[in-house]
Structure formats: structure tokens, C-alpha cells
Design a protein around this ligand. Structure first.
Ligand SMILES: Cc1cc2nc3c(=O)[nH]c(=O)nc-3n(C[C@H](O)[C@H](O)[C@H](O)COP(=O)(O)O)c2cc1C
Length: 177
């Protein structure tokens, strides 16, 4: 069967995990928010990922949203496993301060979520991690009270499948009220 990836493009996030002295990051595109009150965020992670075991063991994870200009680093983070490489050290990723949960916060991210695992739902070759958001980090200068990405200041990384990426064109912005 073909055509599965017709639901792309999706935003890419960096999922952060930490357990037993290991801290790790992996890109994930199968992710979204599913509840606002309470804030709930889900990400689908293959059982094969090192990240999967770390989150299962710790019960917490972070989701970090980074600008398109960091695409190369994101691709490199997705090209190897934390099982074999200390990716934080190898790629020189600076971590910031977490607030509520012991999860890695990517300093250059324009936003990060701290999540505690509410439920893990088996869903084929991936498991769905349902995360209750305990804290939202937003980069300084981006808070306009609008709750949405300020696309004049940051460009989200969008994934189209087949190792192809794009970002937004602010010329196409329309606000319908
Ligand atoms: C753009 C992109 C999106 C990805 N999305 C997912 C995803 O949603 N779920 C998943 O399990 N793996 C996804 N991957 C694959 C993992 O990021 C990759 O296998 C990574 O090396 C796993 O790292 P780990 O073993 O350190 O956890 C994605 C990779 C890339 C490059």
C-alpha cells in the first residue's frame, strides 16, 4: 500500500529523555497536542529507539521545538542512537534548566514542554506516549500572548517524508478573524 505519508508535512520536535545517568535526544515527527485543559501532548515512538526505554523507565520526557536553521543538527540526531553515542556531547547541544520535571531542555529551542507519561498505548510498530504537560518553556522575546508560533521570529522545521524538509512562508499567512 502506498500514500501513507499524505498527512505530512508535520512539525519535527526533539524528544528529550533521561534515565540512569543517560541523557538523550531524538527527532520525532509523529507528535501533536490532544488536550488543552489539561494540556496533553502525544508522541509515537518505535520500540527500537533508545529513547523508548529511557522514557518508559523514567516516566517523563521533553519535547523541544527548534528553528529551521538547526536542521542539520536535527538530522544528525536522527542518524544515530543514544545507545551508541552520547549525542548531547557529540553534537555540542547546550541544555537549559528544567522547571518541574527532570528532563533535558534544549537551550536553543524556541519552545519546550516538560511532560509526565500519563499512558503508553501500543499502536503497531510504535507506542504512543501520552504526556501531561507540566511546564511550557518559551524563548525570551517570543511571548506575545498569542500562544502560537511567531513565524516572523522563528521558522518551524516541517517534515515531508523521504528525508525532505521545508519551513513556512510568511507571505502565505492569513488570519481569519
Ligand atoms: C525527521 C525525523 C523524524 C522522526 N520521527 C520519528 C518518530 O516520530 N518516531 C520514532 O520512533 N522515530 C522517529 N525518527 C527516527 C529517530 O529519530 C531515530 O531512529 C533516532 O536515531 C532514534 O534515536 P535513539 O535510538 O537515540 O532514541 C525520526 C527521524 C527523523 C530524522
Amino acid at each position: 500500500m502506498t500514500g501513507f505519508y499524505q498527512f505530512y508535512p508535520n512539525v519535527v520536535t526533539l524528544i528529550g529523555s533521561r534515565h540512569g545517568g543517560r541523557t538523550n535526544l531524538m527527532p520525532a515527527v509523529w507528535q501533536t497536542g490532544i488536550s488543552k485543559n489539561p494540556m496533553v501532548y502525544i508522541v509515537s515512538i518505535s520500540q527500537k529507539r533508545f529513547t523508548h526505554g529511557l522514557i518508559k523507565a523514567s516516566g517523563v520526557f521533553s519535547a523541544n521545538f527548534v528553528d529551521f536553521r538547526y536542521l542539520r543538527t536535527v538530522v544528525r540526531l536522527g542518524g544515530c542512537s543514544g545507545r551508541d553515542v552520547d549525542k548531547i556531547r557529540e553534537f555540542g547541544i547546550e541544555l537549559g534548566q528544567h522547571i518541574q520535571l527532570d528532563v533535558p531542555i534544549v537551550k536553543l529551542a524556541y519552545a519546550s514542554f516538560e511532560c509526565s507519561v500519563q499512558e503508553i498505548i501500543p499502536s503497531g510498530d510504535h507506542d504512543l506516549f501520552v504526556g501531561r504537560i507540566a511546564h511550557v518553556h518559551e524563548a525570551e522575546g517570543l511571548k506575545g500572548g498569542s500562544e502560537t508560533i511567531d513565524c516572523s521570529a522563528v521558522k518551524p522545521i516541517l517534515y515531508l517524508g523521504k528525508d525532505t524538509y521545508l519551513t513556512v512562508d510568511t507571505g502565505s499567512l492569513i488570519t481569519t478573524e
